[in-house]
Ligand binder design. Structure first.
Ligand code: SAM
Length: 232
């Protein structure tokens, strides 16, 4: 629930807005109930239901229960894959503490459009479930060559290369600091893409082991490995 308020303010939430409808019809809140609010940026607040009028629900923020959180500076860049599977990547990336989820369109991607609203809803749901108060940033889809052209020179680009790369943990340990993992689509990267990625100064090809993992498995495994070494 997006709440811009100070302690003690009464926040009127329109009844026909989703959150208020959910609170009234699903959660069946009553006056004086206490609920937790978060806006995905500035932490988490306890609020009391002060008034339930015909057109809106008035909430009074009574205390900040969680400060805004710092998450490790890690981006997950992945090609769009089939619907349910990219949703899984979004959910697990949020739980694991990813700062940014960046969809990257590659030549062999079988999916070339993404419903960012749906992905954002999965991020919000995962944040609520795991207790994150800062949502991951969700980038608009970019083409691989544009991503590589603009790659920041202060961020490692670990490139999950199923055709062979450096061993995972040693490589992550040897390259501390802001990072990203780049994961290909179901059909993998084509040779020209591999060459273009390896040409980026901060790119480091990494192997995720001897087996060919599904893209979502590779994304989750790579993120978990980086977070284990660098996470909060
Ligand atoms: N085109 C590949 C093939 O059939 O051999 C499959 C691509 S795999 C389904 C999707 C992505 O997961 C790959 O592009 C790569 O980024 C990552 N991946 C899967 N297994 C990997 C491994 N053993 N090492 C590194 N990356 C891997």
């Amino acid at each position: 629930l997006h709440v811009e308020t100070q302690l003690g303010d009464g926040v009127a939430v329109p009844v026909d807005g989703n959150p208020a409808h959910y609170l009234i019809s699903v959660m069946r809140v009553k006056p004086d109930d206490i609920i937790l609010l978060f806006d995905g940026r500035s932490g988490e607040w306890a609020a009391r239901v002060r008034d339930m009028r015909k057109r809106d629900l008035v909430l009074e923020c009574i205390s900040q229960t969680k400060a805004p959180e710092e998450v490790p500076d890690f981006w997950l860049c992945c090609a769009p894959i089939k619907k349910g599977r990219i949703d899984l990547i979004a959910e697990k990336a949020c739980e694991l503490g990813v700062a940014k989820l960046q969809p990257v369109l590659t030549r062999r991607a079988v999916v070339d459009k993404l419903n960012l609203d749906r992905l954002h809803a999965h991020l919000v749901e995962a944040a609520e479930q795991c207790g994150r108060t800062a949502l991951p940033e969700l980038g608009a889809m970019v083409k691989l060559d544009a991503l590589l052209r603009e790659w920041p020179d202060d961020r490692w680009l670990f490139f999950a290369d199923e055709s062979g790369g450096e061993p995972l943990n040693e490589t992550l340990r040897a390259h501390p600091g802001a990072a990203a993992f780049l994961i290909g689509p179901e059909g993998g990267f084509d040779p020209a893409e591999r060459e273009a990625i390896r040409a980026v100064g901060k790119a480091v090809p990494v192997s995720l082991g001897p087996r060919i993992l599904r893209a979502e498995t590779a994304a989750i495994a790579a993120t978990a490995a980086w977070m284990t070494l660098n996470g909060d």
